[in-house]
Design a protein around this ligand. Sequence first.
Ligand SMILES: [Mg+2]
Ligand SMILES: [Zn+2]
Length: 215
Amino acid sequence: MAVSITVDAAAAGSGPAAGLAPAVFIDKDGTLIHDLPYNVDPARVRLREDAGPALARLQQAGYRLVLITNQAGLAHQKFEEEALQPVWDILASLLGLYGVTLDAIYYCPHHPQGSHPEFGRGCDCRKPAPGLLLRAARKHQLDLARSWFIGDILDDIEAGHRAGCRTVLLDVGAETEWRNSPLRRPDRVAASLTEAAADILAAAALAGATMEMAE
Ligand SMILES: [Mg+2]
Ligand SMILES: [Zn+2]
């Protein structure tokens, strides 16, 4: 998207924000893994077929990889917080087969209608709110303007844009409502994670070329 590239080029005087790394934020259910609602059984966790190689390309290109997931099952008391650790562990094992390490995992345990005494409330971190991305950016010193969010529904896209990132919609049929607004319009639409990774790397290459021309 030309506007974003121009913003990158405009910052070229001092280079990309000093010391800050770009990230690719990734939704979990339906994007990184096949979606089984409220599943916390590690034996049933399946990576999307091309997730390993696609994330390996992004990590090798210098992107931090940060998982961003709504876990309303906690608010609805479908499972306990401790049940998530085996899921993170199996994800680490499965991605490790491809040499990929997630830099961080952020989840929102809340839901406004949840029955859980602590988690049954509104919050600033349930996507489409950007709270998880903003927390990740502060903690891990991420350059949000050079970062991307890959997700399979428009709430992911909106969260990415609210945080100041660009976005790729992995269009695999998960989005069914298509409530539209400028914030919910993805910068790219991809049919696979392979394509999403290629789109992100192509945009970065183009931004690099534009920065060179501006110098
Ligand atoms: Mg999803
Ligand atoms: Zn939350």
